[in-house]
Structures are given as structure tokens and as C-alpha cells.
Design a protein around this ligand. Structure first.
Ligand SMILES: Cc1ncc(COP(=O)(O)O)c(C=O)c1O
Length: 392
């Protein structure tokens, strides 16, 4: 007898539900906020863990006209999936792949002379004009060209390459260091430096299609940073960049991801029973334990040990003891929900469940890390919330 293993399309263990209706509504909310500025949907790191391609498609349906990625392979994957919108890709190392990106009509960010040299060589070989955007380091101290002599050299060389037909400078842009800290003095300093660097490039003859610097916190709180385009990432996924900036609801945003699992075991244990590796939790008395089949192998931070909140059967429970690779335990305090009951780690909060922000607080991190690290072992289930039109 031959046995054929059937793998269910969505295994019942755990799921990350992705509400594309909420994502579209968030993009429309952001568009309404920025007026004439274009919206670039940032989908790096697999759409902050939400799935780059479905999220990029939904964002485009809601009016985003650009898509942003960090890595060239992320940009090429969008093209392979049939997305034809403008795509800006900003994290390059020697070797590119520049030619593939040129042939895929990707806009490439350049932060220095080495990158301009490589892209012009690739453009020559491909007999195509490469679309490039010059990135200014206005104070972040990370990627980007330094102001002064370095910027002058890059601008001059880009203009020479443009005159030869090898490149077209489509954008001048930068990135904030502290836009999520309202009132931080670096914000104005970066904005002033950006205006100066753009003005210099334009005086020299650069004619960019777009000038841009605003990430989510700037999009939500600093209208003077909009220029021609804004680049929201986290806000599009319905999350606030930081509690100081506000809650998602303050900005009309709705969290897109709900992470849940089915309890793998519910059992009675006596008081004084150690729980999980290291016995960092010991039951205070007779109780029931629920086994949540998600662990750090799925992206649930080990820092959530003893702290991560979970909604089970209408009540918040806390990860009891260590989060292991595949599972963690919650103390159900004597309740006995049936095995298979839903355990919701985070979601929009409507059903009383914790939010990604609650997890970020419990783990001493930011919401970006909570959603982005949810791994490939957790299936993404795409749904469209019926309330989209009401919110949109
Ligand atoms: C260059 C760049 N632009 C925009 C974003 C989007 O940032 P946020 O998710 O805060 O909107 C990022 C993400 O870090 C980025 O690296």
C-alpha cells in the first residue's frame, strides 16, 4: 500500500493573517494626509514580514505609485511577480547586480563614486540608460553621500554620465535619523541640510523627478518634509513608529497582521511545577497550562520569556517561563479551554487581543522587529476586511 502525505494548504498550528483591506485603507489614509506628494510603499524585508508582493499589489491598488526595497533581489522579485510600477532600491554593494536592475527598469540609489562607476559600466554594457537617485547623508550617518566635496564630486560625475546618456538622475533623497522622536533637534538640522544639498545639485543642473526624505514618522507628523514623495513603511502596515508619535488609531491606521496559534495541549498540573527550560516559572498552586506551538524558530522573541501577552478564551495570559524554539507555555489559572483553542499573540486589538506594540513593550524592542521577524514557518493568510470602505 502506498501512502501519500497530504499537507493542508494552511496548517492549523499557527497563522499570520494579513488584512489587505486594512493595508489599502492605510495607504489611502496616508495619501489623503500628504496631498499632492506621491506615496512609495516600502516593502523591504518581505513587506516587514507581511509578504512583499501581495502588500505591494494592495498598496498600488490604493494609489501608491512607487515601491521601495532595500535589496536588489527584493526589487527583482517584484518585477518577476509582474509589478510594473517604479521601484527604488537603495542598498547596494560592489557587484550590483546593476545590469539586471537596469534591464528590469529599477531606479537605483547611489551613495558614492564607486556605485556610480559600476552603474555606468553596466549601462554601457546593456546599452541602456540607468535610472539613478543620488542619496545624501544629511545627518543619519549611515548610507548616503557626505555633504561638501563628496557631494560635489558625485553630482558632477552623475551630470557627466547623464550628458553621455548613461544615466538619468531621477531623484535626490535622504533619510531621517530621529523623526520618531518628536522635537528632536536633528530633524530640523537634517531638513536644512537636505534643502541645501538639493539646491546645490539643482544649481549644477540636476533635474530630479522626485525629492524625498519622509519615512512613516515624518509622514505622520511633519508636513514640511513631504517634498514630492513620502516613503512610509511601518504606517502602511497599520503600526505607529513609536508610542511617542502616537497610536495607530490616532492617525486612522489599522494594524494589518494578526498572529495566532491553536493550543497544542491543555493540562492540569500541581503547584510547584517548573515550566519550560530553566524552570524560570514555577506554578504558584494547582493550575492549568496551555501550550502555544510558536517559538523563536517562528520569530517569537526569546526576550518575551515571562512577558509576552496572549489572549486565550477571552483572557490575557503571559508566556510562563522561557520561549523555546517551537513552543511556549501560558498559565491558564485553572481554566480549561479545549485543546485547539485559539491563542492570539497580537492583532488590531478589536477583540481584546494584545497588539504588536504590547509585544514590543514586553520584549524591550520596537514594533518593526516584532512583525518583521515572524518567519517563513508561519503561513501568511491573506484576507480582505469587509469594513475597508467604511474606513477608506
Ligand atoms: C530608506 C528608507 N526609507 C523609508 C523607510 C520606511 O521607514 P518607516 O517604516 O519608518 O516608514 C525605511 C525603513 O527603515 C528606509 O530604510
Amino acid at each position: 500500500m502506498t501512502e501519500t502525505a497530504t499537507v493542508p494548504t494552511v496548517p492549523p498550528r499557527a497563522r499570520a493573517e494579513i488584512d489587505l483591506g486594512a493595508l489599502r485603507a492605510n495607504v489611502r489614509t496616508l495619501r489623503a494626509r500628504v496631498g499632492d506628494a506621491a506615496v512609495m510603499a516600502v516593502v523591504k524585508a518581505d513587506g516587514y514580514g507581511h509578504g512583499a508582493v501581495p502588500c505591494a499589489r494592495a498598496a498600488v491598488e490604493a494609489g501608491a505609485t512607487w515601491i521601495g526595497t532595500a535589496l536588489p533581489e527584493e526589487a527583482l522579485a517584484l518585477r518577476a511577480a509582474g509589478l510594473t510600477q517604479r521601484v527604488l532600491c537603495w542598498l547596494w554593494v560592489p557587484g550590483g547586480p546593476w545590469r539586471q536592475a537596469i534591464e528590469a527598469d529599477i531606479d537605483m540609489s547611489l551613495s558614492g563614486m564607486w556605485a556610480l562607476r559600476e552603474v555606468t559600466e553596466a549601462a554601457r554594457a546593456a546599452r541602456r540608460t540607468a535610472r539613478v537617485q543620488l542619496k545624501a547623508d544629511t545627518g543619519l550617518g549611515r548610507n548616503g553621500c557626505q555633504p561638501g566635496a563628496d557631494w560635489a564630486e558625485l553630482v558632477a560625475a552623475a551630470l557627466r554620465a547623464e550628458a553621455e546618456g548613461l544615466v538619468r538622475v531621477t531623484g535626490l533623497w535622504s533619510h531621517f535619523a530621529c523623526a520618531d522622536e518628536p522635537g528632536h533637534p536633528s530633524i530640523d538640522a537634517q531638513l536644512t541640510r537636505f534643502r541645501e544639498m538639493v539646491a546645490y545639485a539643482e544649481e549644477q543642473g540636476v533635474r530630479p523627478e522626485v525629492r524625498h526624505i519622509a519615512n512613516s514618522p515624518a509622514t505622520l507628523t511633519l508636513p514640511e518634509t513631504y517634498f514630492d514623495l513620502v516613503r512610509p513603511g511601518i504606517a502602511m502596515y497599520g503600526l505607529s513608529p513609536s508610542p511617542e508619535v502616537g497610536t495607530p488609531a490616532d492617525f486612522g491606521l489599522r494594524p494589518v497582521m494578526t498572529l495566532s496559534a491553536s493550543l497544542a495541549l491543555v493540562k492540569r498540573v500541581p503547584g510547584g511545577h517548573g515550566v519550560s527550560y530553566g524552570h524560570h516559572y514555577v506554578t504558584p498552586g494547582d493550575t492549568t497550562l496551555g501550550l502555544v506551538p510558536l517559538g523563536y524558530g517562528d520569530g517569537v522573541p526569546r526576550h518575551a520569556s515571562g512577558a509576552g501577552p496572549v489572549l486565550v478564551d477571552g483572557k490575557w495570559r503571559t508566556a510562563a517561563g522561557r520561549v523555546a524554539m517551537d513552543q511556549f507555555v501560558v498559565d491558564l489559572g485553572g481554566d480549561e479551554p479545549p485543546v485547539g483553542s485559539e491563542a492570539v499573540l497580537f492583532g488590531p486589538g478589536d477583540r481584546g487581543e494584545p497588539t504588536a506594540e504590547d509585544w514590543a513593550t514586553a520584549c524591550g524592542t520596537i514594533v518593526y522587529e516584532i512583525v518583521t521577524r515572524i518567519g517563513t514557518r508561519v503561513p501568511r493568510v491573506y484576507v480582505d476586511d469587509v469594513n475597508e470602505d467604511v474606513r477608506g
